[in-house]
Design a protein around this ligand. Sequence first.
Ligand code: AKG
Length: 258
Amino acid sequence: MDPLGKPGSLTEWERYMFDVSGFLVIPDALSQEEVSEFLEAAKRLHAAYPAGQWRQIGAAYEQEAAIANLIDHPSVLQKVRALLGDYFILQSSWCTRSPSGFGGQNWHQDGSGLYEFRKLATPTPLVQLRVGYFLTDQSEPGMGNMIMIPGSHNAALPKPKGPVDEDIPIAHTICGKPGTALLFHQGVWHCGTKNTKEFDRYIQHMVYAPPWLVPSDRKGNDPKFLAGTTPLRRALLGEWDRPEAPFGGGYPPPPFEG
Ligand SMILES: O=C(O)CCC(=O)C(=O)O
């Protein structure tokens, strides 16, 4: 059973399911027109690299204008605000290709490999709120699906070493049509699984975090991109006026509508 959500604001039940499971599955977060547009963009980006390789491309919106629509997409923006408050940034974004024949990733939690977020406290606090938009069909297992251990962000014990994929009895394979969004807490143990299909699997991940977390997909924002984008997107990329010393206070909130 999936913790199912709907595009738009975060309902009380969605908040509860996110707290218990560590993730929400949101079908129809994107229209089919959006999916086609983002998928074409993702394929163009990955075409610059050898076929058949698993790869993540950061800050894809700087190269493919359509993907910038995911920085503040209305299907999830209010949920992100409800979970992180108004002061957050797009800390990273990853356009991920899981090629046909890929055998699957290793289980992991997200965060800094150098200083694991789980060292901060138990349960591990919410530091990265991730949204993965499915750009290809993952409506059945074997399509490079994401797999999660529900509730594992709240566990005191680290996951024992051991089997991959579906061999862990409490692991849950996420199935969804193109346009589904998977919103998840970085502390949930997860991985991308094998792709047994003839076609490559694409997910565009957008990762939101408090403003003090250093961006990990870029060394800086592209000035050309910033000049051509909206004030809200500039703010979400961390381009804030700093009226006092960094993070001292006095920041105007990002210009959200409503
Ligand atoms: O897109 C995927 O297959 C997995 C991505 C993932 O697990 C990650 O970025 O941490």
